[in-house]
Design a protein around this ligand. Structure first.
Ligand code: SAH
Length: 344
């Protein structure tokens, strides 16, 4: 059995070394690198510029691509994919096009252990961290399907990226250096894991950090985010401050607006006080309802009123447009549907 890891995820230098051990000339590394990262290579059989003998000798080496099990387009152009991994697990990824951008919403884990009470992914449990090739495959799959260069990446799919920090870091490096997407166009979204925002800061990436706050005080946050029990709001904010000082990067606070739970003017006022002193942007996300959960989306006037309070306190804020079909806009819903169907 071959012990070579999947090729996707390897840097140019690693590929060069691997090929040199097989006596291949240096220009072969350049070719293989191009096929892997820009030409949507699925299997080594396709690399016809390599000799048949070489392809046969490496027949067991995996490129590391996943299978598209389901492709769900929405009228606004957004496409959601259910991808099948080698071990039979499923993940979701989303391609979100605008005139100037193609954004991929990338998953970092199969399921998620954080169990935020309003989130569909949290409901389906946690299986494992994604490997580097499984993260990169999502970007390449969307790029190939749209026939257009991906310009932006958001780690806002399934999972908590900072629980998979090492693979996240290498993936960001590959997305940046090998797929060619600027680090500034990559956003990592986290609900916060003790010590990990600081650890991410040590990498001094030029990526954007988005921190899921969702509540202006510890009590309400704990109701929505059970993991906050091990990581109180004050500690989270202190780490955010350290991150800001370490990286000199502005960051985003995400705030999902839940009707009658955290969407009142007094919440907005408390939030404004809480984020004072941070060089930050507050991103308001009107809730995408999840089947089986009681949370609701606030009305558009309520969302605007919340925004207006923040602006009155001179907090930079905006409302995120919902993309995708209403019934499956929230991440994690496709996998959940599949799991539920499999169970019933
Ligand atoms: N684990 C990461 C990424 C989650 S998805 C994190 O927690 O940041 C990105 C954002 O969408 C998070 O802020 C998450 O809390 C929020 N979110 C999850 N489900 C949602 C839903 N149904 N409607 C609106 N926002 C949701």
């Amino acid at each position: 059995m071959s012990t070579t890891p999947p090729l996707l995820g390897q840097s140019y230098d690693e590929l060069s070394y691997w090929l040199s051990t097989q006596g291949e000339p240096p220009y072969r590394a350049k070719q293989l690198h191009q096929w892997l990262y820009t030409r949507n290579l699925q299997s080594l059989d396709e690399v016809t510029v390599f000799s048949k003998r070489w392809r046969e000798a490496n027949a067991k080496v995996k490129v590391g691509r996943s299978q598209v099990l389901q492709r769900t387009p929405s009228p606004d152009g957004t496409v959601k994919y259910l991808l099948g991994l080698a071990d039979g697990e499923n993940i979701e990824t989303v391609g979100i096009p605008t005139a100037k951008r193609l954004t991929v919403c990338v998953s970092s884990q199969v399921g998620c252990p954080m169990a935020c009470t309003f989130c569909a992914t949290g409901k389906s449990g946690f299986a494992r961290n994604l490997q580097i090739h499984e993260i990169l495959d999502q970007v390449l799959t969307v790029q190939a399907d749209f026939g257009r260069r991906v310009s932006h990446i958001v780690f806002m799919g399934m999972g908590e990226p900072l629980l998979n920090l090492k693979n996240l870091h290498t993936s960001v490096e590959r997305i940046n250096e090998d797929i060619g997407i600027s680090a500034r166009n990559i956003t990592i979204s986290t609900v916060g894991v003790k010590g990990r925002i600081r650890a991410l800061g040590q990498y001094r990436l030029q990526t954007t950090l988005a921190v899921s706050l969702h509540a202006p005080n510890p009590d309400l946050r704990l109701q929505l985010i059970p993991s906050a029990q091990h990581y109180p709001l004050d500690e989270l904010l202190a780490e955010c401050k350290e991150y800001m000082e370490l990286t000199s990067r502005r960051f985003t606070f995400e705030y999902t607006l839940l009707k009658d739970v955290n969407d009142q003017d007094f919440h907005a006022r408390e939030l404004a006080q809480r984020v004072r002193g941070f060089q930050c942007h507050v991103n308001l996300i009107p809730y995408n309802p999840v089947a089986g959960l009681d949370y609701k989306r606030p009305t558009p006037p309520r969302v605007q009123a919340f925004l207006a309070v923040l602006e009155a306190y001179r907090v930079q804020a905006s409302v995120r447009q919902t993309r995708g079909s209403a019934e499956a806009a929230a991440c994690g819903q496709l996998r959940r549907q599949i799991l539920t169907t499999a169970i019933n």
